[in-house]
Design a protein around this ligand. Structure first.
Ligand code: BG6
Length: 297
């Protein structure tokens, strides 16, 4: 595999032509191609210059998901925390012995990105002053893409966090997209402002604004189908929650960086995370969670 870094991004390519592109801003994966096809949706108006979190790709959400509760230690942080709008350090590539995708030889490559307390803006550090290290490992393999976030507490007091990988998947036609693997799961519906809902239909179809937080999911795989055909499998690793989001017509229009306006027809966010309550991390301890995504196309 070849890896080359530019001023603001790192690009890995396999001999097959499959590739992944990661900005150091937010460690945001902005492109993942397999079999000549782009798997991620990226707004044509997304800011890639570090002025705003990227609208599309895979923004990393840490240490809070959504607007943080005011009475929590994350209460002064912006929606979805600081990881997606901080500049990470590219720490280099490694061969993928440790990855869970096809390993060995030329089959896979991992790029590691780091973010720790010292790299935060003064504003973020003042709002959340814990000492931490994040390592985000992006592995491209013949089988797919793996993205894993490792959180370490480097301080002398415990802290609580949430994390989520806010993946925007590209689909041909969201009205013909089905999402399987979340049946019989309880969720809160952020559109209806209703918690404790239960997903009775094993298949989710999208024909309006959807913003749901599925919790404590038993099965690890969520599948995305297009026109009844399997397109992508999203496999949770040490994470139990998944958000399904599509802004639909009005919400898409209201976001200045969401373009084209009807782009909601070509995307769905399936976001793996630990967002149900808080993960407590004691001094010196490490938490690791992430996803493997496999494309069937
Ligand atoms: C989703 C949330 O994860 O992210 C939605 O569930 C939110 O409520 C969406 O609208 C986008 O958030 P942002 O901050 O990137 O506009």
């Amino acid at each position: 595999p070849s890896v080359h870094s530019e001023r603001d991004r790192v690009i890995a390519t396999l001999p097959t032509g499959d590739s992944v592109e990661v900005l150091t801003y937010g460690a945001t994966v902005v492109s993942w191609k397999s079999n000549g096809k782009e798997n991620l949706w990226l707004s044509s108006a997304a800011k890639l210059d570090g002025s705003k979190p990227v609208r599309g790709g895979i923004p990393v959400v840490f240490p809070c998901f959504g607007p943080p509760p005011k009475d929590h230690a994350t209460g002064k942080l912006p929606q979805h925390g600081f990881a997606r709008n901080s500049t990470w350090e590219y720490m280099g590539k490694s061969s993928s012995e440790s990855g869970k995708l096809a390993s060995g030889g030329d089959d896979a490559v991992t790029m590691d990105f780091g973010l720790s307390t010292q790299q935060l803006s003064d504003e973020a550090r003042q709002a959340w002053s814990y000492k931490f290290d994040l390592i985000y490992s992006v592995t491209l393999g013949r089988d797919g893409l793996q993205t894993m976030l490792r959180v370490q507490n480097k301080g002398s007091e415990s802290f609580e966090f949430q994390m989520l990988l806010h993946t925007y998947f590209k689909v041909d036609n969201v009205s013909k997209t089905q999402i399987n693997g979340l049946g019989s799961t309880s969720y809160s519906d952020k559109v209806l402002n209703a918690s404790e809902q239960t997903q009775t239909d094993p298949t989710i179809r999208i024909n309006g604004e959807v913003d749901r937080v599925y919790k404590s999911i038993k099965q690890n795989t969520t599948s995305i189908l297009q026109d009844g055909q399997p397109q992508l499998d999203v496999i949770r690793d040490n994470l139990e929650d998944t958000v399904v989001w599509n802004p639909w017509i009005e919400k898409a229009k209201s976001m200045a960086d969401f373009e084209p306006n009807d782009g909601y027809k070509n995307m769905v966010c399936v976001e793996v995370g630990a967002v149900n309550g808080w993960q407590k991390l004691d001094p010196g301890d490490t938490f690791e969670g992430g996803q493997i995504v496999k494309s069937h196309l």
